[in-house]
Design a binder for this molecule. Structure first.
Ligand SMILES: [Zn+2]
Length: 362
């Protein structure tokens, strides 16, 4: 089984919001949440857990700091949603503390990856796995999604020092740039933010940025650029700015970027909405997204998996063949049957993200 690197999971947000313990098996998390409002709030049951990372050989995860602005949150009890930059900062700091506690309490299960050496320590363990070992630590690379918590660009240094290595300035639109459902350009503050990110060596994640701001960022940003979780717009009927146009994909490819495909039914078949028929969407639609990027690139070096599992959708909102994160391994034989080589499949499942991290971490 090839190693998987998953470029997007909102772990801390869910740990705080639903009191989830991601060291537990998925079945136990689901059992704990029977009769609660969580499966409905999260569009389905939990998909993630450390035992399933082992079973699916998920070695590395881009783990987010993420919360939405209050105007997008209908649940009044969701205390992480924010009105102001100060509130956003408090929330994101709490999530950072949550990861620190996880690393302190379960060093055998989760480790911070913040440089090349910590990346290699985790990857070497997974590559030299012996059956005698009872489990391997999953490496977490910290990714900030939405930069409302950064009140001025000089605060970037604090997040950098605390391990954040990738940053997506937008979720919805904000003081820095246009975002999902809220189109717009990079603002003056956004340009300053990007300039400082460049100096500090962040990787820029354009997933939620509006296209106008993305092209300005392409002009300005010298450092690595990726899309941690975004699908190709050409294969979707919906005209949302959450998806990537061919010209954005082409530029990402030219910049050696990698795109994480999201196996969320609504992002695979736009007409599908929760609670729809899970079995109506299959992994073939994920393969089609992967293949589309590879056809534009002319190789299999620019695409990976950015599951976003548990990040606003659960098991009932994923393709038919997916019960837990471990089932992402089912993509490998499907890719082989589509004509991808073993090498291509290894790259798509994790190799492309590994090389991206190797290049971008110091
Ligand atoms: Zn997102």
């Amino acid at each position: 089984m090839t190693i998987i690197i998953d470029s997007h999971e909102d772990l801390a947000c869910n740990m705080l919001r639903y009191n989830r313990d991601y060291t537990l098996p998925v079945a136990e998390t689901r059992q704990r949440e029977v009769g609660t409002s969580i499966p409905t709030l999260n569009f389905g049951e939990a998909l993630l857990g450390w035992p399933e990372y082992q079973a699916g050989r998920v070695a590395v995860i881009f783990a987010t700091l993420f919360a939405p602005p209050k105007r997008y949150e209908k649940d009044p009890l969701f205390s992480q949603a924010y009105l102001t930059a100060d509130q956003a900062r408090d929330t994101y700091r709490r999530q950072l503390d949550t990861y620190k506690q996880l690393f302190d309490q379960h060093p055998d299960k989760f480790r911070l990856i913040d440089d090349r050496s910590s990346l290699m320590q985790v990857i070497d363990r997974w590559n030299n796995y012996t059956m005698a070992e009872s489990g391997l630590p999953v490496g977490l690379v910290l990714l900030m999604e939405g930069a409302e918590c950064i009140r001025t660009p000089d605060e970037l240094e604090y997040w950098r020092e605390n391990g954040v290595r990738l940053l997506g300035p937008a979720w919805a639109g904000n003081q820095y740039c246009g975002g999902t459902k809220e189109p717009g350009p990079l603002t003056t503050a956004g340009k300053l933010l990007l300039a400082r990110m460049d100096e500090l060596g962040f990787t820029l994640d354009i997933s939620h940025m509006d296209e106008q701001s993305v092209f300005q960022a392409f002009d300005q940003y010298q450092g690595p650029i990726i899309a941690s979780h975004a699908n190709a717009r050409a294969l979707l009927r919906g005209d949302s700015n959450r998806f990537l146009s061919d010209s954005v994909i082409r530029e990402l490819i030219a910049r050696k970027g990698v795109i994480g495909i999201v196996p969320y039914n609504h992002f695979l078949v736009w007409e599908w909405t929760y609670p729809g028929d899970k079995t109506a969407v299959t992994l073939d639609t994920v393969i089609a997204q992967i293949d589309y990027i590879c056809q534009l690139a002319g190789d299999a070096l620019h695409v990976g998996i950015g599951s976003d599992f548990d990040g606003g959708f659960g098991m009932q909102s994923t393709p038919k063949e997916i019960d837990t994160v471990a089932d992402l391994q089912k993509l490998a034989p499907l890719l082989l049957s589509k004509g991808f080589t073993i090498r291509d499949v290894e790259n798509i499942m994790g190799g492309n993200w590994f090389h991206q991290l190797e290049r971008s971490l110091s």
